[in-house]
Design a protein around this ligand. Structure first.
Ligand code: AMP
Length: 317
């Protein structure tokens, strides 16, 4: 099933302990589309400026992604984000965010984008996410992401978006900030009470947790010796997760579908961090994804031996 995505299409300046890039293609919708395009057609919605080249557009269009709803704003500049990571790659500092062409963007979706069965509201201002949600009435599965900036400055609008989706994908610190609950599980249960049936709590280099009314499932991050640049890992995870669900939307959100979606998201995210920005996922091959999904399936299964444990009395319980 085709997937429509709205979210930032950006240039990023990034510094990590492995090196730096002054201006590379990035953005939440970009990273999402590069991952979700392994599964089906992706329609990208969002504005770019004069500074967005044909070569940038060609990368966005990798694996047949439809870029006809990417609007070039004459005289405008593309979204720009600057961030820096220390030795703890789970901890990054945002140094600059320039919305630029996103500030006054009014999305007009093509019929193909409106008709998609699956919609992903990638990270961008919540009012814009809500606008696109309303235009995609036919969507059968709607997922979303956000970040601390929008919880800080647009919380009410963000809650309205959450009430209108099936699945929320946030990192665990954002879930705690959003709900005021100190525990990820209780924070996820609070979000489920607002409307969505699925919550994914991303935990950076530690993995991710899936919470539904009937299931809690933790998956580790794929073990990596070298992480060059974590930027976009969350969006790449979302592209793998939502892309897999889009393939299986007819069979419903079963436990197996959601758990496999977690594995595909994890495998794709692990490739994203191997190089800066979109560099690695642009040329990734399906066999490389399958190999990591198979390893993850092995890692999360084990045979539990029957074992007598001693009770307080010292006797086997
Ligand atoms: P991630 O590392 O998955 O959280 O996403 C990083 C991407 O999000 C970068 O490529 C940025 O361009 C983009 N980004 C950063 N801040 C924002 C924001 N406030 N709104 C939308 N996108 C953003």
């Amino acid at each position: 099933m085709a997937v429509t995505v709205v979210g930032s299409i950006a240039f990023d300046a990034v510094k990590t302990p492995s090196g730096e890039r002054e201006r590379m293609l990035g953005g939440a919708a970009t990273h999402f589309a590069l991952a979700a395009s392994f599964f089906d057609t992706v329609h990208v919605v969002g504005p770019v400026g004069d500074d967005f080249t044909d070569a940038d557009m060609a990368i966005l269009a990798t694996r047949g992604t439809d870029v006809s709803d990417v609007e070039r704003v004459a005289g405008g500049r593309s979204f720009f984000w600057k961030g820096e990571y220390g030795w703890d790659l789970n901890d990054r500092e945002t140094l600059d965010t320039q919305l630029n062409v996103f500030e006054h963007f009014e999305p007009k979706l093509s019929d193909a984008s409106k008709a998609a069965d699956v919609l992903f509201l990638a990270n961008i201002q919540p009012e814009l996410q809500l606008d696109v949600r309303r235009q995609c009435e036919a969507a059968r599965f709607v997922a979303m992401d956000s970040m601390n900036l929008w919880i800080d400055i647009a919380r009410d609008a963000l809650v309205r978006v959450i009430e209108a989706v099936d699945c929320v994908i946030l990192n665990d610190a954002e879930l705690r900030q959003l709900t005021g609950k100190p525990n990820v599980l209780t924070a996820a249960r609070e979000v489920i009470a607002w409307g969505p049936s699925v919550v994914v709590a991303k935990q950076g280099g530690y993995g991710a947790a899936l919470i539904t009314a009937g299931d809690v499932f933790n998956i580790p991050a794929f073990p990596m010796e070298t992480v060059v640049d974590p930027t976009g890992a969350g969006d790449t995870f979302a592209g793998g997760f939502v892309g897999f669900v889009a393939r299986h939307v007819d069979s419903g959100l079963t436990r197996d579908v959601l758990r496999n979606a977690m594995a595909y998201g994890t495998a794709l995210a692990s490739h994203n961090v191997e190089e800066f920005g979109t560099e690695r996922v642009e040329r990734l091959q399906p066999g490389e994804i399958h190999a990591r999904v198979a390893d993850l399936a092995d890692m999360t299964r084990f045979d539990a031996p029957a074992l007598d444990l001693r009770s307080a009395s010292g006797q086997p319980a």
